[in-house]
Design a protein around this ligand. Sequence first.
Ligand SMILES: [Zn+2]
Length: 106
Amino acid sequence: MFQNRRIDWAKNQQNQDEGVYLCSRCGTPLFSSAQKFDSKTGFPSFWGHLEQNVQQHLLDTYGRERIQLLCHQCGLHLGHLFQDERTPTHVRYCINADSIRLQKEA
Ligand SMILES: [Zn+2]
């Protein structure tokens, strides 16, 4: 089952628009399409973020630690950070589609 979910990185890079993903509220650049991948979760997923614009906030809810991702500029909730062995960084940024918008490269 795990084999089926393996990520074909070369194919991933071909099938997407290139550009920068901005905070949908304040327009701060948050993610690059170069670090976006199809995680098969239904959520836009990245394995890294741009500069220091994504803030990580450790949540301890119900005794379970989760890392919440926020826009550093306006505090908009972006999603959560998970461990994911499949990515080059071994983490996955699981992002709400509503919280980002793509600015395509000209
Ligand atoms: Zn923002």
